[in-house]
Design a protein. Structure first.
Length: 168
């Protein structure tokens, strides 16, 4: 059975956005995702709703199809209009993918993939750091977090050929 989704009124967007944020904080990312999608049907370029959608998708990396959620998150990040935010949130996507993989299993090949996803995140955070607004060190904090995970979990890179399938 296919249902036609109901549309929000434009005046309802601010309250819907607040509700979506609340659901995300209550660890109900699927509900936050749904509301963010409703907002984006009315305001397709609503940057904060795009960020909320992206974060709600990455919140589900461990509970849903990782590949599907990852692809959706990357589609959303491509819609961000600010280059700093696009690089920062691309880093978030990579970091959360690595963490989901790290929590899922600890096979040596998998850990190599975790390392490389974290390094990709760090590359994005470094790029974002170079263009960050004055007084905004969030990219630096995320970079440090990734570096600590690599260090604390004793993650190391292996030969490129061994991790290539994990990155695609």
């Amino acid at each position: 059975m296919d249902f036609e989704l109901k549309k929000l009124s434009p005046k309802a967007v601010p309250k819907a956005f607040e509700k979506a944020q609340r659901y995300r904080l209550l660890n109900q990312p699927a509900q936050a995702e749904s509301i963010a999608r409703d907002i984006l049907r009315i305001e397709p370029d609503h940057q904060e709703a795009l960020v909320l959608l992206l974060l709600a998708l990455t919140d589900q990396f461990e509970t849903s199809s990782l590949t599907d959620r990852f692809k959706r998150a990357e589609e959303v990040v491509s819609r961000l209009s600010d280059e700093y935010r696009a690089r920062y949130y691309q880093g978030i996507i990579y970091e959360r993918r690595a963490l989901a993989q790290l929590r899922k299993d600890h096979l040596p090949a998998s850990l190599s993939g975790v390392y490389h996803w974290l390094r990709r995140a760090m590359d994005e955070f470094e790029a974002a750091e170079k263009m960050r607004p004055e007084g905004n060190d969030e990219a630096l904090l995320r970079w440090n977090s990734c570096a600590r995970i690599i260090r604390d979990c004793n993650l190391e890179a292996e030969e490129e050929d061994s991790f290539r399938p994990l990155l695609e």
